[in-house]
Every structure is written in structure tokens, then in C-alpha cells.
Ligand binder design. Sequence first.
Ligand code: ADP
Ligand code: MG
Length: 698
Amino acid sequence: MLDLDKRSIMYLPGVGPKKAEILQKEAGISSYEDLLFYFPYKYVDRSRFYKVAEVTGEMPYIQLKGRILYFDTVGEGRTRRLIGKFTDGTGTIDLVWFKGIAYVTDKIKPGVDYIVFGKPTEFGHIYNIAHPEVDPVEQAEQVANGLTPFYNTSEKMKKSFLNSRAIQNLQYTLLSGLNWALPETLPPAILQRIRMMPLAEAIKNIHFPESVDKLRNAQLRLKFDELFFIQLHILRMASVRRLKLKGIVFPSVGQYFNTFYKEYLPFELTNAQKRVVREIRADMGSGRQMNRLLQGDVGSGKTLVALLAMLLAVDNHCQACMMAPTEILANQHYATVMGFLKDMDIRVALLTGSTKKKERNKILPAIASGEIQLVIGTHALIEETVVFSSLGLAIIDEQHRFGVEQRSRLWMKNAIVPHVLVMTATPIPRTLAMTLYGDLDVSVIDELPPGRKPIQTLHRYDNKKAQLYDFLNKEIRQGRQVYVVYPLIEGSEKLDYKNLEEGFETFKEVFPEYKVCMVHGKMKAADKEAEMQKFVSGEAQILMATTVIEVGVNVPNASVMVIESAERFGLSQLHQLRGRVGRGAEQSYCILVSSYKLSNETRKRLEIMVNSNNGFEIAEADLRLRGHGDLEGTRQSGEGVELKIASLAADGQILQYARDIAQDILNEDPELLSEPNRVLNERLKTLFARKVNWGMIS
Ligand code: ADP
Ligand code: MG
């Protein structure tokens, strides 16, 4: 065993303690292995030599072959620079150095042939290359054979002579100077099955590609490797949990479920809802503990599915609870559930932070005795004073607002871990879901209840406010209500609140005959409730708010959503906000108001919103536009997915393939104990020993 992960980078010739520290801090490279897995971010083709006569200012990196005619030092103080007049017989170009002048004139001699590499720019009709790489032609073989790798380096690294070229040299030292072969991470049978390059060859070619073809194959193998081991890790954790964690068995569909389904359900379930209910029933009857993620676009009817699942628990003599991220939402869920259940004989309680002490004192013992069968609430549910008699099912709504820790506290509420259903309306791209929630079973409601008119989305510039007001006036006169939302961005809160308050004043002036109300996060909970209530009851026609209304609020009569400074919202957030309207039978509108000056990316974002109503499509587009690192949801939970080479946006097929293979392996050998699978086990240990506990992300 070579234990490349245990050999300190400090001992690699050319590194030493000082550079080792910088490599560690700036690039996370502490071992030989870390260095080998520090991949180039791009390659420049150095197989071709350009002629000076061909040079233009728009070229990327190029290389020239020729000699320096003479050196000249110009400028004073900070503008002092060394210029080398360079020619290849077709013209001249200036090579310019601002630093290290003595070093350059010492090493590079006029009249000698060199290979020069750098990016040309035009300055006062003269082309020049600043700080070019200059190598003797004898070294052409080594420096100029085809694709040259470029590595990310920080300012600090560059200052310590660890620029891209230096990293390349270190890779060279490591790969050629030492006498070993890189051990394979996959068992022979798997390698044969996937028909990819062996790891050693891939690593060599990722740093020093022998050809474009070999580079592609190396990238494929390394992307596969990266995604495969993440999937293998997640799936193994999940399968071990399945083997070890017994679930409460809910064998029967009983009175509660059937009575509700046959007599109380006001409409037919959509096919998607039916399918998801079947999936949940199968899980809860299996004897395994359910861990299911329910994804469904806003308005797809998740609450009803949740209620049906809770009734199944009650049918099997268990309690169920549903936890929402805000009080407004918990209240609303409670009202919805009570509305559905009407006079059914079932005890439901609401428990939130503002539940009065007297009320609490009645509720808590009734939960402990099992008298109360369903509990709906907020974080208040996971306080220690809340003890269940037998909690069989815990439902968490709008999952991304809860941390992993809070969720696991819910699990601990029972001797046997309850079934867990996590609901989210934030559509997550498939690849990200597989990676972040890869250990959860996923159900998707991909169908809206019938009779909904698709929301019409319009993009308007904020210098055309009068037209907007006319439009709103027309809608309100027909009895509709209007949301107006302002952004609230970290760091600019003061300004954002000012915008909201000014907007509030303006709207009151523009619409004197209507009632306008306002909510934002800085208000006291009770005031917020009161303002919100004015809108819910229909007393106010216009609700102006920061993004506090983003999640879950249901006012079917509200048919217009105006989003101010829409350019400052992310796509998923815009989609969430838009989901607040379109819940009634009327034609609904979402109006994105932005300034006239927009970056290309922002313009694209708003265009996507105008053109698509499909949350999954939007999430995928978001992923393509921004890359996964920035996705809402990953950032909020604080557990981003850091990938070195694969991309969740571009490599969905490789990911699926890697996951399938990982699953096949685990089906045969769930704990990876067979002799050929030992390398897999070893690799998982190296990769995940000091990293996030992926299996606990649920
Ligand atoms: P979500 O939580 O997924 O955003 P809700 O559960 O709030 O969506 O449902 C949105 C609205 O659709 C609610 O008014 C609900 O009563 C209604 N609804 C749910 N399922 C159906 C259905 N199958 N047919 C008609 N309306 C439905
Ligand atoms: Mg909901």
C-alpha cells in the first residue's frame, strides 16, 4: 500500500514546510493524493506555434518561437518596466516585465532562440505579452507538446511562487520522479464492466494529456470515480440503516382513512397523489422505517397527502405530527386539516410558540397520554416538554428550513424511530437530489389538481409604473387581491425595508379607495398575524411584504403577484413566490418588475420565468445558469456538495450510471466485505473519514 493520502506534501521535492502550509491553506492540498486530485481547470493547446504577424489583441494564450533583439528599461518607480523586443522574422512584439527584472535579464539572452507563451494584448497600436513564460527551444519537447494544464491558484500562492506552472512542475515531480504505480480504486470486475481508463492512466492524462482523446477518457474516468464513491457511500449508509432500523408496521387501512376517503374527501385525488399515497402505504407496511422525501410543486396538494398518511398512522393506533417552519404556516395547516376533517371523531391539537400557557397545560398531558392523535405545530413540537405516547409518523413541511439536527431530534421522540416524511416545494434538480437526498426514497407529485389556469407571467420595467397600477386597479375592481413583494437581501436590509416602506406609502396614495396592509420580518409576531389576517379575510386588497410570505400561504382569491426588483431574486425563489397565486379558479398573473439595465444572465433568468411554469424545469435551468454551488437549499442547510471534477449540471448521465453500478454492487454485497470489494471499503474510508457524514443528511 502506498498510502498516498498519508504522505505529507511537505516532503515532495520542491515543496518544504512554508509552501506546504500555503498549499494546505489555499488549496486544501496536504498529501500526495490531494495534489494528484488537484485537477486543472482548463487546458491550452500548445501544439501550434503562431507567427508574430498573425497576432491580434483578441487571442487567447498563444506561443511564438523566435528571439529577443534587445532589452530596454522604461518608466520610473511603479511604472518601471523591462521591454524585450521579440521577433520571429514576421514582425515584432513587446515582451513586458514589471517585476523580477534582474532575474529576467540574467536568464534570458538576446539573440538566443526561445519559446514564448502568454496572452497578447494591444496597447497603443503595439502588441505585447506581459510576463510571458520563456523557455529555451531545447525544452520544446517538454513544454510545448500539446495540451498544457492550467491550475487554479490564489494570490497568496502566486506570491509564494506557486503559480499554475509551479503546480504543473510539482505534478510532474510526483508523477515521474517517484517510482510507483498509482493503485486502482475499483475492483477488476467493475473496471472491466465500465470499460474506462485505469485510475493511474487517468491521473497521468488529466495532468499531462497525451492527446485530446485520452484527456476526454481521463476526465470521464475521474468524474465517474468521484460520483461513484459518493453514491456508494450514501447508498451503503442507507442500506445499513435499512438493515438495522426496524420500522413500526402499519398493516391495516382502517376506519379513519376509509371514512375520510369515502365520505369527507371533497374531490378526487390526482393520479400523482394516488401514486404517492400508495408509495407511502407500502413503506409504512413494510416493517422498515420510512424515510421519504415528497417533492411537489407549490399547489400540487401535498397537505392532503400528508393528512392521508397521518390518518393511516391513527388507524394503526399511533399518533402523527406535522411540523411547519413558521407560525402562519402551522396555523394554516391546522385550519386546512380541521376544514378537511370537519366533524370526524379525531383529536387534533395546534402547538406553536404562541400557544397560551393554560392551553399548553391541557395539550401536553393529552399528547403524552395519547388522547390527542394529531399534532400540528412549529419548532415548539421538538421541545423536550413535548412527550408522545406513541409517535408513528413525523411529517416535516418545507424541509429546507429545518436543519439536520432538528430533524434528528424529532426522530428521537419515540422508542422506535417514527416514519419520516419530508415535504418540500423547492424542486431540486434530479442530480442534486440524488446527491443530497440520495439516501431518502423520493416521491414526486408531478401533476396539479385539475381546473387550474396556468399563471401568466409578465416582465415589466419599473419606469412604466402607471400601466402597472392601471392593471392592478382593474383586477381589484373585479374583486381580486394583490401581493406586492420586495426583496430582502442579507447586507442590504436597511435599504430593503426602506424600499418596502416607501412602496407602502406610494400604494396607499395610488389606491386611496382600497385597504393596503404590510408584513415584514421585523414586526412582532402578533402584529404580523394581524396584518396577515386582514388580507386572508379579504378586508385588505393589497398585501405588501418582504419574502416572509414565500412559503405556503394560501389565499385563493389573490390572483396577482407583483415582484419588485425581480432581478435580485433567484429563480427558485421567484417560482416559490409565484406559487402564492393561481390557487383559485380565476386567471392569475405574476408580474416581474425590474430595472431596465440587466445583465445577460439576469435577463435569461427572467425569460425562463416568463416561459415556464414548471418548477423542475426552472430548477434545472437554475442549476445550468449558476452551477450547483450557489443553489438555494444547499447553502441554507450548510451542506453543499463539493465536487472536484464532475458537475451536477452537466454530468447527470454519468451520475445515474455511477449510482446504478454502486447499487448493483451493494445488492450483492451490502457491507462490501468480499475480497474484491475490499478496495472499495478502503477508498470510502479515505474519502469520507474526515468529511461530512453524508448518510445523516436527510
Ligand atoms: P402544496 O402544499 O403542495 O403547495 P396544498 O396542499 O396547499 O398544496 O394544495 C393546494 C390547493 O389545492 C388546496 O386548496 C387544496 O385543497 C387543493 N387540492 C389538493 N388536492 C386537490 C385535488 N386532488 N383536487 C382539487 N383540489 C385539490
Ligand atoms: Mg404546502
